[in-house]
Design a protein around this ligand. Sequence first.
Ligand code: ACO
Length: 329
Amino acid sequence: MKRPSAQISAVGRSVPARVMTNYDFAAIGIETTHEWIMERTGISERHIAGPGETTCSLGADAARIAMKRAGVQPGELDVIILSTASPDRLLPATAVDIQAVLGATRASAFDISAACCGFIYGLTIAEGMINSGAAETVLLVSSEKMSAICDWTDRATCVLFGDGAGAAVIRRSQKGRGILSTFMRSDGTLADLLYRPAGGATTPMSPAVLEARTHLVHMAGREVFKHAVRSMAESAGRALDLARLNVGDIDLLIPHQANLRIIEATAKHTGIPMDKVYVNVERYGNTSSASIPIALDEAMQRGLVGEGSIVLMVAFGAGFTWASSVVRL
Ligand code: ACO
């Protein structure tokens, strides 16, 4: 097994108080049923941000919990990395808003855009910075207000997503704990299968864009499904190989929580039984990059894993991006 250089010292999560169930879609004129959504996705409810709840506020709340558990003060943070597909503003990075709210005056802060893979991409960057000596203490936040970027008139997408944030404090490895492997890939030729067509620099926001709703998430669901299953299974195997471990060494698989059927197919292809797979998609929906740290925090709080446990994390998302990591907690 590889000697780790950086470890996840502590994690935290925060989700909006407001819960929207599958039955609540009728009230906003969406033609769907609880049965359809459950059968296709395994999602029963999701948390949706209320007034004043933002990508920054959710991320900062999750960060405070992780920092308290790690015993880290805001002034000790060297770097704040925020992964998000739903930044509060396009400029500047929402990470600097989190920095300001936390009072992390010594830190540098920046956003990364890797969709649902953001937490694992961020983990890889944090590990590299610690390894190179560029940072001692990194705060990695994955925060999403997906409700602000999904199309609430499109039943094929709006039922899938939820809001929430997870955060991790990453420091130099101690006692063999840490990141044993990371694996990242992307394929930009498939970008148009899951994207926001307009609203950026190519097609800036305009009345026409607003009317066509092309500034919101568009997705070719079946294509995404197919690629997600294939890429997540491949990623799981690659992270295990890089860590020189076998599936039998894994205490818990934490897949990106997009859809129960994708999770089950990933587990099956990887050869990990479902009783070793963490699933909470039924209560949160797809919270994009926040889904893995939210699940990791829940699994730790429930005592399913703890110090010394070996966890495999696997994600797939827009880009397409796919990524995986094995950590010893
Ligand atoms: N309620 C009822 N009917 C619906 C709904 C809904 N919410 N959404 C779509 N339908 C209808 C469609 O209109 C279509 O009707 P039609 O046959 O009369 O035209 C029918 O259901 C079938 O539509 P499909 O899109 O082909 O349904 P599919 O079986 O592919 O399921 C789903 C759709 C659930 C989106 C599936 O493709 C999927 O899970 N894809 C993966 C997408 C995903 O998880 N994306 C998240 C982002 S990427 C990531 O995080 C991995």
